[in-house]
Design a protein around this ligand. Structure first.
Ligand code: SF4
Ligand code: SF4
Ligand code: SF4
Length: 299
């Protein structure tokens, strides 16, 4: 049987998920639970109903279709515990309701990715598998990367690295570049911010580097959480211990996850945290750059 994964977005013409023009495939399912997750809809592997309240006209058609919908004090309420994400209500809605997540095989995904093959060839781009975490679906991801390489595509994977080494090792021959998250260098804080310890992640990164795999370290920086000077220095120190880091990307906090959380009926833990300004981001980059010769840039 073909392995499948729950795909919640296939985004074409991406220019910041690896070199050139790329198609980024977002899978649902993640081993972590980051406070600042910008794709909260990707944490669970199951499809989920999303309600864009700003698009709801209050027509009431969804209430006619399913008892999970109701209005209370002018507010549209969804009984999430009873919703099976069957999608029937989306059929009668003008665009406010949407099911996020569709089970697909790697061959189905690749067929969509190959639509933009000429752009990959002219720009040096290709396929990026993201999430969630692609390694939540190791068999699917392995097959997708294998198919992409068979078709001559450049391949990237974006991962937290929190996975069994064997799963990571299996995809190395089919992955040209690992976009590797460095969320927090302090072990206890990593657990506090993401729900898991970083020991396995760091061990996997060192083993990966030892085998010559190319990486870009991607560092989300969240004001008041992990923008400490010692963390910035530790990012540089970590990169300096590795031999195949092409670049360090600083990913300044943005509150994109807030609206997405609301749309799927989840609380957003970082409400009230502001986006850092350019001066702050430049200072972060300077602080890292001062301690490494590896290029550092804003993602
Ligand atoms: S069917 Fe759509 S637009 Fe109408 S009330 Fe339901 S969510 Fe709103
Ligand atoms: S997705 Fe299905 S179960 Fe969920 S609210 Fe819509 S019709 Fe009801
Ligand atoms: S690893 Fe990425 S997808 Fe998973 S919870 Fe963290 S930010 Fe979200």
């Amino acid at each position: 049987m073909q392995p499948t994964a729950t795909v919640f977005n296939i985004q074409r013409f991406c220019v910041s998920d690896g070199p050139g023009i790329r198609t980024t495939v977002f899978l649902k399912g993640c081993m972590l639970n980051c406070l600042w997750c910008h794709n909260p809809e990707s944490k669970s592997p199951a499809p989920v109903l999303s309600l864009a309240k700003q698009l709801c006209t209050g027509c009431g058609e969804c209430i006619r279709v399913c008892r999970c919908h109701s209005f209370a004090d002018g507010m549209h309420v969804i009984n999430r515990s009873a919703c099976t994400a069957c999608g029937e209500c989306t059929q009668v809605c003008g665009g406010a309701l949407e099911i996020l997540g569709r089970e697909m095989t790697a061959e189905e995904v690749l067929a969509e990715v190959m639509r933009d093959e000429p752009f990959y060839r002219s720009s040096g781009g290709g396929l990026t598998v993201s999430g969630g975490d692609p390694l939540y679906h190791p068999a699917f991801t392995l097959q997708l990367l294998q198919l992409a390489k068979e078709n001559g595509l450049h391949t990237c994977i974006e991962t937290s690295g929190f996975t069994r080494w064997e799963q990571l090792e299996a995809i190395i021959p089919y992955t040209d570049l690992f976009l590797w998250d460095v969320k927090e260098t302090h072990s206890a804080l990593h657990r506090q911010f993401t729900g898991v310890d970083n020991a396995l992640i760091l061990d996997n990164l060192r083993r990966l580097d030892g085998l010559g795999a190319q990486t870009v370290l991607r560092c989300p920086l969240i004001p008041g959480f992990n923008d400490r000077t010692e963390h910035l220095h530790a990012i540089a120190a970590l990169a300096n211990t590795l031999n195949h880091v092409q670049r360090i990307d600083v990913e300044p906090y943005h509150p994109l996850g807030m609206g997405k959380s609301e749309a799927i009926g989840q609380a957003y833990p970082l409400a009230g945290v502001n986006m850092p300004g350019n001066t702050t981001v430049d200072a972060w980059i300077s602080e890292i750059t001062a301690h490494t010769s590896i290029p550092v840039q804003k993602a």
